[in-house]
Design a protein around this ligand. Structure first.
Ligand code: FAD
Length: 390
C-alpha cells in the first residue's frame, strides 16, 4: 500500500496515524482536517479551559517531535467534500484531490443546534466555540441558561457556576442523564446541580428563543419564560458523514462498519465519534483512542482479521466531582451502592461506587470520586465481558 489518508485531524485521527506507524506502515501518510489547528483535546473545553484554569497551549495532543516521527503530510484548514469510491479519491473543498489506497474516516461529530436559534446562542464542540464562550463568561456575572442536561450541558453549567454566574439548566427528560445512567444515578446527578447552586428544570422542553434587547427570552413548553444573557445548547452531536453522502459507503447514525471498524470497502475504516461500529456509536474519548488499533490492523490486512467489543467507558467532571462509568445500562437493571456512601442529598464526602446488575451479573459500574475501586471494578467487568464473548 503506497498511500493512506486519514480524514479528520483530531483525537481518533491522531491515534490512527500513531497505530499505522506502530503497526509498520511506512508508506505515504496524509492527514486532512478542516480545523486549522493540530489535534487538540476536547474534554477540557467544557471544564478547566472554560473556567480559565487551563490555557490553549495545554490542549495539544501531540508535539513537534512526534509530528516529525509520524512523518505525515498534514493538510489542515481544508475540508474533505467527497469520496469517489470507484477511483479511491478524496475530493477536497479547495479543489485538490487525493488518490489513496487506504482510508481512515475520523471526522467526528458536530454539535446539534436548535433550529431557528439566534446566532449568538453558544454550542461547545470546538476550540473556537470554547474561546467565544469563555470570552462572554469573563464579562461579569450573567444569567446563563443551558439547554440540555447531558454531559456537555452539565459540565458547562458547573463551569459557569464556578465562575459565579446565575445558572439554570433545562432538561426535557424527568432527570438529567437518564438514558445513560438510569433513574437512581440520574437522580444523583440532579443532586450535584442543586449542591452546585444551579437551578435544574426538568420535564420541559424549549419551544422558542427570542431576542429581547440584549437578552434572550427562553420560552418553555410548560408556559414559563426565562430571561438569559447567555444561552448555551448542549443537545447532542451529529456524526459528520455529509461529505460521504455521494459515496457508496453505508451511512446511518454514523459510518456503518463491523466490530473491527471496517466498512464494506476493503481498506476503508471508520473510527471515533463518526464510527457506528458493530451496532453502536460512542461519543467517548476512550473509544476514539481504542478503536484505531483494530481499525488499522484491518485496514492493513485488507479485511477484518481483528474485532473488538470493549466495555464502554467515560468520565465526566461536574461540580468538583468525577463521575466514571463503564458498561451499559438497560432499563430494569438493579443498582446497588457497594462502596462508600450515597446520602439523600447526594454522594457522601468519600464518594461511592455503584454496580448495575442484570440476571445476577454486574453489567456496569459507576463511581463518584472513587477512582481506585472504580478502576478495579472496570477491569473485572472487562474480564467478564471477554469470557462471555469467548
Ligand atoms: C466539550 C467536550 C467535552 C468532552 N468531555 C469528555 C469527557 O469528559 N469524557 C469523555 O469520555 N469524552 C468527552 N468528550 C468526547 C470526546 O472528546 C470525543 O469522543 C472525541 O473528541 C472524539 O474524537 P474524534 O476524533 O472521533 O472526533 P472529533 O474530536 O470530533 O474530531 C473530528 C475532526 O474531524 C474534522 N472534520 C469533520 N468533517 C471533516 C471533513 N469533511 N473534512 C476534514 N475534517 C473534518 C472535525 O472538524 C474535527 O477536527 C468531550 C467532547 C466535547 C466536545
Amino acid at each position: 500500500m503506497r498511500t493512506v489518508t486519514i480524514v479528520g485531524a483530531s483525537l481518533a485521527g491522531l491515534y490512527a496515524a500513531r497505530e499505522l506507524r506502530a503497526q509498520g506502515y511506512d508508506g505515504r501518510l496524509v492527514v486532512v482536517g478542516d480545523e486549522p489547528h493540530p489535534p487538540y483535546d476536547r474534554p477540557p473545553l467544557s471544564k478547566d479551559f472554560l473556567t480559565g484554569r487551563t490555557d490553549e497551549d495545554r490542549l495539544a495532543l501531540t508535539d513537534p517531535e512526534e509530528t516529525a516521527e509520524l512523518d505525515a503530510e498534514w493538510l489542515l484548514g481544508v475540508r474533505a467534500r467527497g469520496l469517489d469510491t470507484r477511483t479511491r479519491t478524496v475530493l477536497l473543498a479547495d479543489g485538490r484531490t487525493l488518490t489513496t489506497d487506504g482510508l481512515v474516516i475520523a471526522t467526528g461529530a458536530t454539535a446539534r443546534r436548535l433550529p431557528g436559534a439566534p446566532a449568538d446562542v453558544h454550542t461547545l464542540r470546538t476550540l473556537e466555540d470554547a474561546r467565544a464562550l469563555r470570552a462572554r463568561l469573563t464579562e461579569g456575572p450573567r444569567r446563563v441558561v443551558v439547554i440540555g442536561g447531558g454531559f456537555i450541558g452539565a459540565e458547562t453549567a458547573a463551569s459557569c457556576a464556578a465562575l459565579g454566574h446565575d445558572v439554570t439548566v433545562i432538561e426535557a427528560a424527568p432527570l438529567p442523564l437518564l438514558p445513560q445512567l438510569g433513574p437512581e444515578m440520574a437522580a444523583v446527578c440532579a443532586t450535584l446541580h442543586h449542591r452546585g447552586g444551579v437551578r435544574l428544570r426538568t420535564g420541559t422542553g424549549v419551544t422558542s428563543l427570542r431576542r429581547t434587547g440584549s437578552a434572550t427570552a427562553v420560552e418553555l413548553a410548560d408556559g414559563h419564560t426565562l430571561t438569559a444573557d447567555i444561552v448555551i445548547t448542549g443537545i447532542g452531536a451529529v456524526p459528520n458523514t455529509a461529505w460521504l453522502a455521494d459515496s457508496t459507503l453505508a451511512l446511518g447514525d454514523g459510518v456503518l462498519c463491523d466490530e473491527g471498524c471496517a466498512t464494506a470497502l476493503p481498506q476503508v475504516v471508520a473510527v471515533g465519534d463518526v464510527a457506528h461500529a458493530g451496532g453502536t456509536r460512542a461519543e467517548h474519548w476512550t473509544s476514539a483512542t481504542e478503536q484505531p488499533r483494530v481499525a488499522v490492523t484491518n485496514l492493513l490486512a485488507g479485511r477484518t482479521v481483528a474485532t473488538s467489543r470493549p466495555v464502554l467507558y467515560f468520565w465526566s467532571d461536574q461540580y468538583g466531582s468525577r463521575i466514571q462509568f463503564a458498561g451499559r445500562y438497560r432499563a430494569g437493571d438493579t443498582v446497588r451502592v457497594t462502596e462508600g456512601e450515597l446520602l439523600d442529598e447526594g454522594p457522601g464526602e468519600t464518594g461511592f461506587l455503584a454496580r448495575y446488575e442484570r440476571g445476577g451479573h454486574t453489567v456496569a459500574v459507576l463511581a463518584v470520586d472513587r477512582p481506585r475501586p472504580f478502576t478495579r471494578a472496570r477491569r473485572e467487568l472487562g474480564r467478564t465481558a471477554a469470557t462471555a464473548t469467548r
